[in-house]
Design a binder for this molecule. Structure first.
Ligand SMILES: [Zn+2]
Length: 336
């Protein structure tokens, strides 16, 4: 935990997550590091789907059900700016619920994610957000704004709705989508539009309270194909999403987890491929960066270099790679 102090000194916003704090409580963590903090983020809706606060709409985490509320109480009393972290479509509680399960084209469920096109789930996320807005927070960070991969989602509802939109037989197959350029591009647009609407709905709730920042997480990864890959695989239209709240949070290289050294050839390639960000900041929209673990000096230099190059507002970091990292990575990178 010593490295947390370094992050704070470097002005990074660490995300407090009970999974990654080695058993340390929120109180004791803040007692140790609070003096170095101007701002902090804490998980409020966990990737397990459970709320880490006394929610009336979401299932409450058995062990950490007052984690976020404890953090909020302390940060409020000590004048630290707090960001609430909310996992949207990474949710293993609802990932097994027949109403929200997400399937690939072979009919295989991925139980760590939910279908991002379900309007009832969007309403649920808005209700969770409404509850979080009751806490003294400076902002909300949305993570997990993603389809599993391009061949998701093939649940009954998605199949039915897309077949109507595209005017094709409901029994369409993955190959029939892939083999028809026009149809395939319609598929990608349809998914991205769903994601945009879901996130916009959450923003509608956040913007009711003046001055509360909303960072919208997107995943920009070399192996996935950067901006175009995020659109194609994850349903993230970066350009459109950057306009919702005007603040994009770029998960840097989340699925290709070895960061190149600052100044190296691979580093320059990443910078070159990220130039789309200049178009976003040119319109006065904000961009921040996030990485899993910045305790390594070399990784910090890399992220710092990229953040400086693209005039980033903030650098956010998890305290470590998440528990489900391997599972998420495999889901995002493996073909159906
Ligand atoms: Zn679906």
């Amino acid at each position: 935990m010593e490295e947390v102090r370094n992050l704070l000194i470097r002005n990074v916003i660490p995300i407090m997550n009970p999974d990654l704090m080695g058993g340390e409580s929120a109180d004791s963590f803040l007692a140790t590091f609070g003096g170095y903090m101007k701002q902090i983020a804490a998980v409020a809706k966990h990737d397990s789907g459970f709320a880490l606060y006394e929610s009336n709409v979401a299932p409450i985490h058995e062990k950490y059900g007052d984690f976020f509320s404890t953090v909020a109480k302390i940060t409020d009393a000590t004048g630290i700016r707090l960001y609430a972290v909310l996992y949207t479509f990474i949710d293993s509680y609802y990932g097994v619920d027949p109403a929200y399960k997400t399937y690939n084209a072979n009919g295989v469920v991925n139980e760590n994610f939910v279908c991002p096109t379900r309007e009832a789930f969007w309403a649920y996320l808005r209700s969770v957000t409404e509850e979080l807005m009751e806490y003294p927070i400076a902002g909300v960070i949305l993570l997990g704004n993603t389809f599993v991969r391009q061949e998701f989602c093939f649940c009954e509802k998605c199949k039915k709705e897309f077949s109507e939109v595209a005017r094709i037989d409901e029994a369409y197959t993955w190959d029939s989508l892939r083999d028809d350029d026009q149809l395939f591009s319609k598929w990608l647009d349809w998914r991205a539009e769903k994601m945009y609407k879901a996130i916009s709905g959450i923003h509608d709730v956040v913007k009711q309270k003046e001055g509360v920042d909303l960072m919208v997480g997107v995943d920009i990864d070399p192996e996935v194909g950067y901006e175009k890959g995020a659109f194609k695989q994850f349903g993230q239209d970066i350009e459109a999403l950057s306009g919702i709240s005007g603040h994009l949070l770029i998960n840097l290289s989340p699925w290709s987890p070895i960061l190149p050294a600052a100044g190296s050839m691979e580093y320059n390639t990443i910078v070159e491929k990220m130039r789309f960000i200049d178009n976003i900041t040119a319109r006065r929209r904000k961009v921040s960066f996030k990485y899993w673990n910045l305790s390594d000096e070399k990784d910090f230099e890399t992220v710092k270099g990229i953040a400086t190059r693209f005039k980033a507002s903030q650098i956010v970091a998890d305290l470590d790679f998440p528990n489900k990292y391997r599972i998420w990575r495999e889901a995002h990178l493996s073909m159906a």
